[in-house]
Design a protein around this ligand. Structure first.
Ligand code: TR5
Length: 144
């Protein structure tokens, strides 16, 4: 819409541009995402860990020397963390534990960060729940 274009044009900082892009591009409408193709291995990814339930692969646009995404193979309604229900407790725990396993494999277990962006306000851009595992440098706080 023209008002959306206006909103994007009015954005000045990088973060505002990112937020506008996230809001305008994908919506949490349950449609398949690029991660389905990664799970199906229809498009290549750099996989670092995999088991029956979770897949971990390197982020295509890394924000740190180590930047890995961990996703459930079965999305099961988990387009975003904000849509989680009590029945998702087990897979959420497995994803968080996988973050530790991946951090250990990558040699960053003594200091790393796990991030989940939930919703356009948090700059989520792919609506298939994913944990970002970041490390390999001194991380700053607060995040943007
Ligand atoms: O912004 P949120 O939290 O939703 O994170 C989505 C992440 O997916 C971003 O950090 C992107 O860099 C990452 N991403 C997007 C694509 C992609 C990817 N990581 C690996 N491989 C990717 N492919 C092949 N295609 C993408 N569109």
């Amino acid at each position: 819409s023209s008002s959306r274009r206006l909103t994007i044009r009015a954005s000045s900082t990088n973060n505002e541009k990112l937020a506008a892009k996230a809001a305008a591009s994908d919506a949490d409408n349950g449609a398949p995402t690029i991660f389905d193709k990664i799970i199906a291995k229809e498009i290549p990814s750099n996989i670092v860990y995999e088991d029956e339930k979770v897949l971990a692969f390197r982020d295509i646009n890394p924000q740190a020397p180590v930047h890995i995404l961990i996703i459930p193979k079965l999305r099961d309604g988990l387009t975003e963390l904000g849509k989680a229900e009590a029945r998702h407790g087990e897979i959420l725990g497995e994803l968080l534990y996988a973050a530790k396993v991946v951090a250990e494999k990558e040699g960053i277990v003594e200091g790393f960060r796990v991030v989940i962006n939930s919703g356009a306000t948090a700059c989520q851009s792919v609506y298939h729940l994913h944990l970002h595992v970041l490390g390999g440098r001194q991380l700053k706080w607060p995040p943007g």
